[in-house]
Design a protein around this ligand. Structure first.
Ligand SMILES: Nc1nc(=O)c2ncn([C@@H]3O[C@@H]4COP(=O)(O)O[C@H]5[C@@H](O)[C@H](n6cnc7c(N)ncnc76)O[C@@H]5COP(=O)(O)O[C@@H]3[C@@H]4O)c2[nH]1
Lengths: 184, 184
């Protein structure tokens, strides 16, 4: 089951490594950026999981109300023969309906891009219907792993949404803000 | 099948992206490093695939005859919401039996680390026996994908080996050198 392996790889090769550094990275970022990320309850990695697996490389392309601000300080780790492999997250400004600006650390779950590409390549043997089931399996598996993980506790929020047939140009910013509000 | 998905993800999310930049990165590295990587036939990414999935984060720990020299210039790409995510490879010096030094770009296939961790976690539902079969499936799937890939043609060499029960402290350096010689 492809999605099961991708969820494990995403946890073992990424979240388990970087989430323990996140709050300190945000603290350093705030010292140098006028305490932009004020609310400590949002000191988390917000992980976008679109069930269509449609992942944009730039969030501004998905929704013009989302703007890149800056990257957090990098984390550097020797991994599998690569010396000082680096990991970073991006801070975004999200504009609300009332023109109020909110800031958060947000990114897509990258393995969904692999699921999408596999559903388009014949030899990967993967239909579009199977892709939706795999996206849901990815999400369920990731939730189960993260709930049991001490290293990651309180450091992430999954933002899962079905954007198929979505016509609202500002669907994503509204979805992110809805989740940020739930944390306040 | 976990390994099938990991091989596709490794190709789509990494090799397909970075291999096209490799020869230029090596060219720039050589200009700044006394043309250390002389032989153009070794201007490839040498990918270590231990069938035991035992991956060391530092190659020198696997074999003291392998020493880190320097990293190649980084490649920077906007990916899935991360601005300027960076990719790099490490250059190593490998000492031969005759004390002759060889240089190459080498690293482990990262997904094997996930396979290894999955076989140790009960909830991943993965035995050690299954892990060996998955490692072989990873290898076969990756070979098939890479043979059909125009982007990656001539840019890689897979170094597959069974190191279970291996007692030679310098097994890895010898294995790498054996493959480098085949290219001359
Ligand atoms: N050697 C090596 N150097 C790299 O820079 C690199 N980047 C990816 N990979 C491997 O390629 C495959 C596809 O990567 P993808 O990004 O889709 O999934 C990645 C991605 O979803 C997440 N992740 C890992 N590193 C980062 C990162 N720096 N930023 C964001 N996400 C990351 O966690 C997954 C597993 O990572 P790895 O377990 O390191 O192995 C990956 C994977 O097997 C790499 N391998």
């Amino acid at each position: 089951n492809v999605a099961h392996g991708l969820a494990w790889s995403y946890y073992i090769g990424y979240l388990k490594i970087i989430l323990p550094y996140l709050k300190d990275s945000i603290r350093v970022f705030n010292e140098n950026n006028n305490c932009l990320l004020k609310c400590k309850k949002t000191w988390k990695l917000h992980i976008l999981i679109p069930l269509t697996c449609e992942v944009y490389d730039s969030l501004g392309e998905a929704d013009s109300r989302i703007q890149f601000i800056s990257n957090l300080p990098e984390v550097s780790v020797d991994r599998a023969g690569i010396k000082r492999r680096t990991y970073k997250h991006s801070v975004y400004e999200v504009l609300g309906e009332n023109k109020k600006t909110h800031y958060c650390v947000v990114e897509y779950a990258t393995p969904l891009q692999s699921l999408h590409a596999m559903s388009q390549d014949d030899s990967a043997a993967f239909s579009r219907q199977a892709r939706l089931e795999q996206a849901k399996l990815f999400c369920r598996t990731l939730e189960e792993i993260l709930e049991k993980s001490k290293e990651c506790s309180g450091c992430y929020q999954l933002i899962v949404y079905d954007d198929s047939g979505e016509n609202d140009k500002h669907f994503l910013s509204k979805e992110i803000l809805r989740h940020l509000k739930q944390q306040d």
